[in-house]
Design a protein around this ligand. Structure first.
Ligand SMILES: [Zn+2]
Length: 67
């Protein structure tokens, strides 16, 4: 596992919330991301207690192409 600061995306009340510079452990084999319990707590506390995010970003939405 490698320690990195990553962008983390989470569904929040029906839209996308982006967190920047989130400390995580990344598996070099499969890319799986692991957060400490403290980081998960901080993410949730921030979502509940921050009325206005730092800034807004547009996001592209895709659906799988069939065939
Ligand atoms: Zn793995």
């Amino acid at each position: 596992m490698e320690k990195k600061n990553i962008r983390y995306f989470q569904d929040w009340k029906g839209h996308l919330a982006i967190f920047e510079n989130i400390p995580a452990l990344i598996c070099s084999m499969c890319g799986e991301k692991l957060f400490s319990g403290e980081t998960v707590d901080q993410i949730n506390t921030t979502l509940w207690n921050t009325p206005h995010p730092t800034r807004h970003e547009e996001a592209d939405v895709y659906q799988l192409v069939s065939g």
